[in-house]
Every structure is written in structure tokens, then in C-alpha cells.
Design a protein around this ligand. Sequence first.
Ligand SMILES: [Zn+2]
Length: 430
Amino acid sequence: MVCRSLRRAILISSAAVATVHVVAAANISPLAAKPRWQTLERYQQTITRDEFTRLLQNVYATRDYGDLIEVGADSARIREDREADTFFTLRFAQERPHKLPSQYWRRIEQLGAAPEAKPLARLHVALDPGHIGGKWAKTEERWFQVGDGPPVEEADIALHVAKILAPKLRALGAEVTFVRSRNRPTTPKRPDDFREIARAILAKSGINNPSNSYENGADENKEKSIRWQSELLFYRQSEIRYRARRVNEVLQPDLVLCLHFNAEAWGDPKNPTLIDRNHFHVLINGSYLPEEIEHDDERYEMVRRLLSRTCEEELPLADKMAATFARETGLPPYEYTTDTVAKIGSSGYVYARNLLATRVFRCPVVYFEPYVMNSNEAFARIQAGDYEGTREINGVQRPSIFREYAGAVADGLAEYCRDIRTEGHVPSRP
Ligand SMILES: [Zn+2]
């Protein structure tokens, strides 16, 4: 679940952090490191002007990037540092280069032919079940309970899906690792470690005597408290940044699948609103907002991601996996009502969006957001738990929601890989 109000708060927070010197260098988003532009030197003359402009306009900076990037005839001049007025010059290739700089992940087509039964042979897939869960589920606002029934915890059910998915992918030939395999934080930090940063963020927003804590999740003033801001820095920023270290430095997979369940505003977690809408969408990195591109670190990550061509792998993969998922689950596409995304691809289910995980995991990332947990349909299926075969749920025979999710992800990835790796295989069409 990507909650809109949280997202807005982070945007406010990151803008606020910009001028607070105790927090980080100027114009850097929360807990980010100062960008190292010199690491992009290896991408000199690895992209043509046409391709750079196409990716910038259609995928990454779909709105505006002001004077931060100036595209010339032979090179692009990219502002490195908003305050120091320094620039990175990227020289374009004259023709499409045959070889790209090496990176830790491999494109699926580079893995060579694979037998029909093992289409994922030699592919390393890392599974990233969303959120932390356990004792943090309520803090993360990924918990609700109807009456005396078992509570719905996104982190827990996402992990359950990952544990069903892993053996399916292994049976198809993949190497599978977990970015998170328990309901425990990856980051060694805790909310209290961020109290000073939280205080600085609030001060920048004009809140100079913030309350230490808040009453409960329904407290309207919670966002103005040190506790809420510290918690956000813990589970939203620090946790994802530590997961990124694990992905980029330890696991180094060819692909990360982020597994979430979606939800719409449910109000009081002890008396949640259940709704009739159920839907599905998939996210890949892109569509940076102008205020995000303003941040030196986000602009750097955006350009790095563009140059590493993750999108060439992510987009067709996401499109294929989304089409298969939609076919198997019958879920309609989610239509965003905010302008934080750009619809992309041909399935109707894929959006580009700049989430921290899709930005800082430096390999192709496909981010799943199926099922509205607080829809009547998904809620009943989650309450039914995991089971073999089908059961009648609200008058319809249904498989377990966890097995349906895992099965649809595995089938989509297998179909994609068979299409490009299995000789004589007739590509399936969505
Ligand atoms: Zn989520």
C-alpha cells in the first residue's frame, strides 16, 4: 500500500530537510547520501541523444525538469549541486553502442536459451515483501482489524505470498533470495534515533514546539509530532535504504520483485471502512516530480537509472507480468486520481512512479500492488486464510488469495522468459 498522505508528508519532509545543516547536506532527501556524480563517468558515450531524450521525456521526467538538465547537440549538461552550481557533462554516443558498462545484474536475454520447463534457469530473483510487520505493523499503518476477527497485516501476508512464490520460481529454474524473510526491520536504527532530524523537519515547517507523541492512528495532529515523523524516517526511509544496501551490495540479483497488497483509506484501524472497489496495478521507476528532481540525490539516481537502462528490462517485463496477473485474477486496472504517476506500456496496468525502493535498488524492479485489502472481496479472501483448491467466498469459488497471487506472478515471469529464451516457443499474447 502506498498511502497518499504519507507520501505527501515525505515530500514536505524532504523539502524541509534541505536547509537543515545538522540533517544532511543541502538539497538532499531524508537520510540520503551526497551523490557521487563521478561514478557516472563510465556512461560517457554510451547513449545517443535520441535515446537519452526519449527516456527522459517518456519515462523519467515526464513533467518538467526546468534548467536542471540542458540537452545540447552532443552532450547533456546536468546540474550536480543546486547550491554549488557545478555541472556533470554527459557526452552522447553518435550511434547506438553495442555494449553497455557492466553492472551487477544481467538482462534475461543475456542468460541464453533455456528449456521449456526451466525458463528461469540462471536468473537470480530477489523477493522483497513490502513493509516490516510484526511489532511495527501498527506503527507502519499497515494493520486493521474488523471486530474480533484476525487482524489484516500487509507485511505478514506479503511475506506469506513470497514464501509460496519462492519454491515456484525455483522449480522454474531461478535462484531466489529474500530481501526480507522475517517480520523484523533490516535497518539497525529505531524511531528514537531520528528524533533530532524529526524535530528539524518540523521546525522547518514552522512547528517549533512540536508535541512529543500522538494519541493514536486517528489523531489528526499526529503528523506534527516528533514521534510520528521519527517513525516515518525509520520505516519509510531508513528501512528501505538498508534494504537497498542488501540488494546492491550483498544479493546483487538480476531482478527484484516487490510484493505488496494495496488498500484505500480505511479510517480507524479498529473500525475500518470496507469498500466495493478492488483493483490491481504494477509500478516501475520513473515519472519523477519536478520537486523530486530538485533534490540533488534524486536527480543523480534518476540519471543513473536512465543510463543503466533498467527500463529496457523493467517495462516489457512489467507489462507482460501485469497482463498475465490481470488475466488470472480478473482484477481491473487501478486508475490513479493523483498526478504522481505516468501510465506506461501497453497492458493498461503499469505506471511509472518514483518510489524509494524502485529508485535505489540498482537493478530492474517490478513492484506489485494487487488487491484492495479493505475491499469486501479481498478482505473475505484474506480472512479465509491459505488453503488448497478452491472455496466459496461471497458466493464464488476462489483459490486462496495468497496462492493466486504467487501463481500469477510466477506464470507471468515464466511466460516472459519462455518468449525470449525457449527456441520454438510460440509467444503468448495478452
Ligand atoms: Zn504496501
